[in-house]
Write a protein that binds this ligand. Structure first.
Ligand SMILES: *[C@@H]1O[C@H](CO)[C@@H](O)[C@H](O)[C@H]1NC(C)=O
Length: 269
């Protein structure tokens, strides 16, 4: 019986040993490699399917990140991957490339993921994207600052302007006006194209001097009507006075007293 028990005990030990060996050999195969923040596996590591004891895989910094220090190697040791010794930091896009009349408002810095606002100088307007984002490939977006323009000044009646170009006047440009001989400039002699695309004031007008024929019938009709009415009123008043005077004379003639010296005077002549 002892011998039987002995052999039975030995069998158990062997089974335990086998089980232990199985567990150890099973543990020697590492699991799927872990994912780490800001890191990705190299292409070779992704294709590798041998995760046995001692196998090596390599991590590299993820898109938008760059290596600060370390190698990124992870080794399968005792069924587990060692921590990859790699430090990744955000890529720095740096300052966006300067462009004429453009400025950037940098509130979030210039690292991967940050965005900056694009603004234009006074008198310039933005065309394109108003924000730039720092991507792995660099700053996104395209923008331009174009100068503000004003519409070409209209021709001035009885005068001319200093603007003789086919182009539109740009922000800050000044236009001067001149009137033909015998005409007076009414308004500002110069106007400036402002940052809004509007002129600083309306263009001046050239007015003919007094006595000149007024060609504008709409504004010329009013004074004519006024003078006709006032003439009629004056004539009416004169007629009334004359009428009153004549009545008075007629009345005095009837008495025959006031007229006598005058009549005598005429008779003397
Ligand atoms: C002349 O220009 C000034 C500013 O430039 C403006 O304030 C003023 O109103 C203008 N005058 C006329 C008659 O347009």
């Amino acid at each position: 019986m002892d011998a039987v028990l002995d052999s039975c005990g030995r069998r158990r030990v062997r089974a335990l040993l086998l089980l232990h060996l199985f567990i150890v050999s099973g543990a020697a195969e590492c699991p799927k490699p872990l994912t780490w923040q800001n890191m990705v596996l190299t292409n070779e590591a992704l294709l590798q399917n041998n995760f046995k004891e001692g196998a090596e895989i390599t991590y590299e910094c993820a898109n938008g990140y760059e290596k600060e220090e370390g190698s990124g190697t992870s080794t399968c040791t005792g069924g587990e991957w060692t921590n990859p010794d790699l430090q990744c930091k955000k890529k720095d896009c740096g300052l966006p490339r300067p462009q004429p009349h453009m400025a950037f408002i940098i509130d979030e810095g210039t690292l991967f993921g940050a965005s900056v606002k694009v603004i234009c100088d006074k008198g310039y307007e933005l065309s394109g994207t108003a924000y730039k984002d720092c991507y792995a490939s660099g700053w996104s977006g395209r923008a331009r600052c174009d100068v503000v323009t004003c519409v070409k000044p209209n021709a001035v009646a009885n005068g001319r302007s200093s603007w003789d170009s086919d182009k539109e006047p740009e922000y800050g440009e000044i236009i001067e006006f001149f009137c033909d001989d015998g005409h007076t400039l009414i308004g500002n002699k110069t106007i400036e194209c402002t940052e809004t695309g509007q002129y600083s004031s309306p263009p001046p007008e050239c007015e003919g001097k007094r006595g000149d024929v007024d060609t504008n019938k709409d504004t010329g009709a009013m004074p004519v009507i006024v003078s006709v009415i006032s003439t009629v009123i004056v004539v009416l008043i004169v007629l009334l006075i004359l009428h009153h005077f004549l009545l008075k004379r007629k009345g005095s003639y009837d008495t025959g007293e006031d007229l006598k010296p005058e009549l005598l005077q005429f008779q003397n002549l």
